[in-house]
Design a protein around this ligand. Structure first.
Ligand SMILES: *Cc1c(COP(=O)(O)O)cnc(C)c1O
Length: 391
């Protein structure tokens, strides 16, 4: 005999326990039951705190956001379904038809696409300018300019933006300064202390750190900005899944350890690669030969990060040979994984550019970006030696 419907739908409470779990529970519930309409009114009017429907917020997103808030030195941040969801919520929440924005000319590829192809369809125009040159940013300002979007360290050439100069310009002209802090993370750069009004993260990368959760984060200093962004997240359905938040919270537990180890490895690997045959140039802000070495020292307080780029003397043939000779290194277009990943800009992030456009950025067919992980440094050195040996 089958149980009746009410029996199947019953959800018994967890057994009472005098001891408590040491981990954050995963709460996949989409809806929350309130005791009565008066309580629901109080929830919506902010007189009582309670979840309603998970697109409007859920406990795992709250827990994760408050952890990242603490790292960034802010309150009221929101988690989103991806880093791009955070960029989307910021742009669509803060801008309207007729507005103009300025973006760094080496932003993350999808952000560039949004600024140059998608936002214009909604009547929002963008000018790209070099963020290592604050005067170039200022020269791009028009009477309609409302916002500046920059990344502190550019991908994949690892140039360091003149954040102090840009923050001063944003303040002088009353513009909203939005900083995508994905590469630098609050371990290296506390953007709100350097004039940012809004901070964005792709939590997918270093913060979650294991390539198994896709998430973003956005926080704004100004209450009205925060409200506009969070309303956009809820309306456009940019909310993250509880499971991804739960996974990312677990990843964050080891974030400082992973970051420090990966950074130490990156410095050592950059030094090692610099001495290998077949190399044209190695780019790492921690090296004295990096064009922004001094700025990176001041701005990032010597936290030069886990990203190393290099250019081979040869072209695509040599690029293919190198990746094939390093099977232990995941050749994958991402960054921030616990293990080292190698990416090739010309065939991935920068494939949309013409060869001339890439050349202008110094990106040849022999250009690679390495997101250095936490492996034993001797193993990493040996693997790259094996790769370079076939060139
Ligand atoms: C990956 C990345 C994004 C986009 O994040 P997703 O989580 O992939 O949507 C935005 N900005 C930077 C700098 C990134 O590296």
């Amino acid at each position: 005999m089958t149980k009746d419907v009410s029996e199947l739908a019953r959800r018994p409470a967890f057994p009472e326990s005098v001891s408590r779990a040491v981990t954050t529970p995963l709460q996949p519930s989409v809806v929350y039951a309130s005791p009565d309409p008066d309580t629901l009114d109080a929830q919506y009017e902010g007189r009582a705190f309670g979840y309603t429907y998970s697109r409007e917020g859920h406990p795992n997103a709250s827990v994760l956001a408050s952890k990242i808030d603490a790292m960034e030195g802010v309150s009221g941040g929101w988690c989103t379904a991806s880093g791009m969801a955070a960029v989307t919520a910021t742009m669509l929440g803060l801008l309207r038809q007729g507005d103009h924005i300025i973006g760094g000319d080496q932003l993350y590829g999808r952000s560039l696409r949004m600024l140059t192809q998608d936002l214009p369809r909604y009547g929002i125009t963008a000018t790209l300018a070099d963020p290592t040159d604050a005067a170039a940013i200022e020269a791009a300002i028009t009477p309609a300019t409302k916002l500046i979007l920059v990344e502190v360290v550019s991908n994949p050439t690892l140039r360091v933006a003149d954040m102090e100069g840009i923050a001063a310009i944003a303040k002088k002209h009353g513009l909203i300064l939005v900083v995508d802090n994905t590469f630098t993370t609050p371990r290296a750069f506390k953007a709100f202390d350097h004039g940012a009004d809004v901070v964005i993260h792709s939590v997918t990368k270093l913060m979650a750190g294991h390539s198994d959760a896709m998430l973003g984060y956005v926080a704004a200093k100004d209450r009205d900005h925060a409200e506009a962004i969070s309303t956009t997240i809820i309306t456009l359905g940019l909310t993250p899944s509880p499971y991804d938040c739960w996974m990312a919270e677990r990843g964050l537990m080891s974030f400082n350890l992973r970051y420090d180890r990966a950074e130490e490895n990156a410095a050592a690997l950059a030094e090692h690669i610099a001495g290998l045959p077949g190399l044209d140039a190695v780019l790492y802000p921690g090296r004295a030969d990096h064009p922004d070495h001094n700025r990176a020292g001041d701005l990032l307080r010597g936290r030069f990060g886990n990203m190393v780029s290099f250019r081979l003397k040869g072209g695509r043939d040599q690029a293919n040979a190198l990746t094939r000779a390093m099977p232990e290194m995941n050749f994958a277009p991402t960054l921030g994984d616990i293990g080292t990943t190698v990416s090739h800009a010309a065939s991935s992030s920068h494939r949309g550019l013409t060869p001339e456009g890439r050349a202008a950025l110094g990106i040849t067919e022999g250009f690679f970006r390495v997101s250095v992980g936490v492996e034993e440094i001797e193993l990493l050195k040996a693997e790259f030696e094996r790769g370079f040996a076939v060139l």
